[in-house]
Design a binder for this molecule. Sequence first.
Ligand SMILES: [Zn+2]
Length: 274
Amino acid sequence: MPESPEVQALVEFLDERIRGRAIADLDVGEFRVVKTRNRPPSSLIGARIRRLERFGKHVGLDTDAGWLMIGFGRNGWIRWTAPEDQPSDESVPEIARIALDDGAVMQVVDLGDFLAVTASVVDAPTDASGIAALGPDPLAADFDRDAFDRALGSRRKQIKALLQEQTSFAGIGNAYSDEILHRAKIPPVVHAAALDDADRERLFHATVDVLRGALADRRGLPPDQLKQAKVAAMAVHGRGGEACPVCGTTIVDRVFSGASAQYCPHCQPDRSAA
Ligand SMILES: [Zn+2]
């Protein structure tokens, strides 16, 4: 699932290459993804691109004819072909193709079994589904301990699920919630209401450090290398059965409320048993 560090790195990589270009052609091959039927993406053909921006795990293409908002869902991404690149013969699950006036091509792809990419053409980003309700973004410059405490609240909700709730925190998914909790030494099932001030302070710093550190590491990588770089950088996520890089204990892979979590039982001890 694309999460904020990789989506931000993607946005920065593309933004500097597409800013000011015109959309020469925009072809949607899979119409089920279009959420604004009265305003199809093809209405943006001929429009000039002002910038590309990130909203949580979504991206928005700002043009002089409106915004094209793209939600990646679980397995969506953008494949980039620069004007000087040879077109690839490789078959990709293309959802939409955006051709620019300099010969560059952005292909919106969905690599999942179930189609989950969304596309909307709107006047303002907040007109697209889910954007207005996004919580504060830990990658934003103004995200501080106060914003974190307000978003965390004191709910009786498991902390891993809460971190992934886009209306609480924008941009975090299954992988970075595991990484953040490991860094903060907090087990995935503890409720937000049960965290004391020292926990909250550690969790705030872990959230910011993990996400900003990941962005710093990913920045500048081409779009097709970002997912691989993310997977390689994980300390516990996706590493059930391997040794914890901090203490060497075997990382546990467990399903809570229908979602899997990987954590270190030594670094993140279960508090109900303590
Ligand atoms: Zn450990």
